[in-house]
Design a protein around this ligand. Structure first.
Ligand code: ATP
Ligand code: MG
Length: 426
């Protein structure tokens, strides 16, 4: 379900106000209003324009029902409504245009639902029920100040290592297992799978943010983020492949900052090329989860990433997560050799499990949710717990600290070359 028009306090407001253009819709809404005990006088004649004029001079209701039938440019007019509508109102729109693109654009702009005319009482009832569930759900902005914000970046050493799988699962676990309001920021702007993995449309939020960084504020975050559950919201994109991203990275930085204010936890799916182009993105992150397979190339890049963090972000705790781990003998490099090459232990290791990965894709759910209760994904649940503990106790010495006793990059690479070809062939 997408973000409500805006989140905020919902006291001293009309529970429901409707602006509709035709008598049939008005009758349907009156009957539903009566069932809820709401005054039928609040079903008013007139469409979007009337709604904008009225709300400009009065308190916005909890649920606003608005007819777009007489609007020539619904998307643009909805923006006019956004300017007068107070935070906290959930907007349900109706109209005659049966176009899935319009529906998606409206939902992406923060409209809770779009109902096609003629209105049926059942569909109005369902939509209002959902709106109420959303109104009563814990809000992202209600994050408590007692727990420090937990900001984590997930980075894969090589393409396909499973960084996005870990990032989406981690975000889901932070919400479900650790009960923290969580934002998943997928910075793989062209090829990201954050929304896809959750069976959601990515919306235009991230693309808008990159195009107009000056628009990024708390309200933008509330409207642009796509809700994936009670405590999880996502910002992701599927930018056209022929459109290079033109940004100095300030949009990403600002997004992270606003997310810190609105959520208790941020998980950033950070493509490693972003680390090269926008190293400042890691500045405010407390923990980096490096996801790796156990291959020769991945060992080389694990070493390089560890070294990069030591030199450029010594404040970041680095957690090493081995993924797609095959049984001994079927692995390009054994765990022992891999750890020997990178000169530190892996913190977590999750086995390769094609069946579970397929199940997760089929269900459109993060691996951790699709395989809930299965021991195979225990390392993900352990990782989520570990990250929370790290942020709650910054002095926790239990975490592996790659910053200790490191040697030079050149030296490590020399060792890697000296060791791997021989041992890997065993
Ligand atoms: N433990 C696992 N067992 C089996 N398959 C897995 C496992 N983890 C991830 N996969 C699968 O591996 C593929 C790549 O995963 P994912 O997209 O998360 O990798 P990535 O590192 O984000 O890739 P990219 O470099 O494209 O961003 C996906 O099909 C995913 O389902
Ligand atoms: Mg990815």
């Amino acid at each position: 379900m997408n973000a409500p028009f805006s989140l905020g306090k919902t006291t001293q407001r009309e529970p429901f106000v409707a602006f509709v253009c035709d008598e049939f819709s008005a009758d349907t809404l009156r009957s539903v209003a009566t069932e809820h005990g709401w005054p039928i006088e609040k079903v008013l004649k007139g469409g979007l324009r009337n709604a904008v004029q009225t709300l400009a001079v009065s308190t916005s209701p909890n649920v606003l029902f608005v007819d777009l039938s007489e609007s020539g440019d619904p998307l643009n007019d909805i923006n006019g409504l956004a300017e007068v509508c107070e935070p906290g109102t959930i907007v349900i729109a109706t109209g005659q245009v049966n176009d899935v693109r319009l529906y998606r654009d409206l939902v992406a702009s923060g409209i809770h639902d779009y109902l096609l005319k003629p209105l049926h009482p059942d569909m109005v009832r369902d939509s209002i029920l959902q709106a109420h569930a959303l109104l009563n759900a814990p809000k992202a902005v209600e994050a408590t100040v007692e727990r420090p914000h937990c900001a984590t970046a997930v980075i894969g050493t090589r393409g396909g290592a499973g960084a996005s799988t870990v990032a989406t699962s981690l975000a889901w676990l932070m919400g479900e297992q650790e009960k923290r309001s969580t934002a998943l920021l997928d910075l793989d702007v062209h090829f990201g799978t954050g929304a896809l993995a959750l069976d959601l449309e990515p919306g235009r939020g991230l693309t808008d943010a990159i195009e107009n960084p000056s628009r990024i504020d708390g309200l933008f975050i509330e409207r642009a983020m796509v809700r994936a559950g009670e405590r999880l919201s996502v910002l992701s994109a599927e930018a056209p492949i022929n459109a290079p991203i033109e940004t100095d990275g300030s949009a990403f930085y600002q997004l992270q900052e606003e997310m810190r204010n609105a959520f208790e936890c941020t998980i950033v799916d950070l493509p490693r090329t972003m680390l090269v182009n926008h190293p400042h993105l890691i500045e405010e992150v407390q923990t980096a989860v490096i996801v790796t397979e156990m291959t020769l190339a991945a060992a080389r890049d694990t070493i390089r990433l560890l070294s990069w963090f030591r030199s450029n972000a010594p404040h970041v705790k680095v957690v090493l997560f081995a993924n797609r781990v095959h049984p001994a003998g079927a692995q390009e490099i054994s765990r022992k050799d891999f750890e020997g090459s990178i000169e530190r232990k892996l913190d977590f290791a999750m086995a390769f499990d094609g069946k579970l990965a397929a199940q997760s894709a089929k269900l459109g759910k993060p691996l951790a949710e699709a395989a809930k209760g299965n021991r195979a994904i225990a390392p993900l649940a352990d990782l989520a717990r570990h990250l929370c503990r790290l942020t709650e106790d910054q002095d926790d010495g239990a975490a592996a600290d790659p910053g200790k006793g490191g040697t030079s990059l050149v030296g490590k690479l020399a060792k890697l070359r000296a060791r791997l070809p021989v041992k890997a062939k065993k």
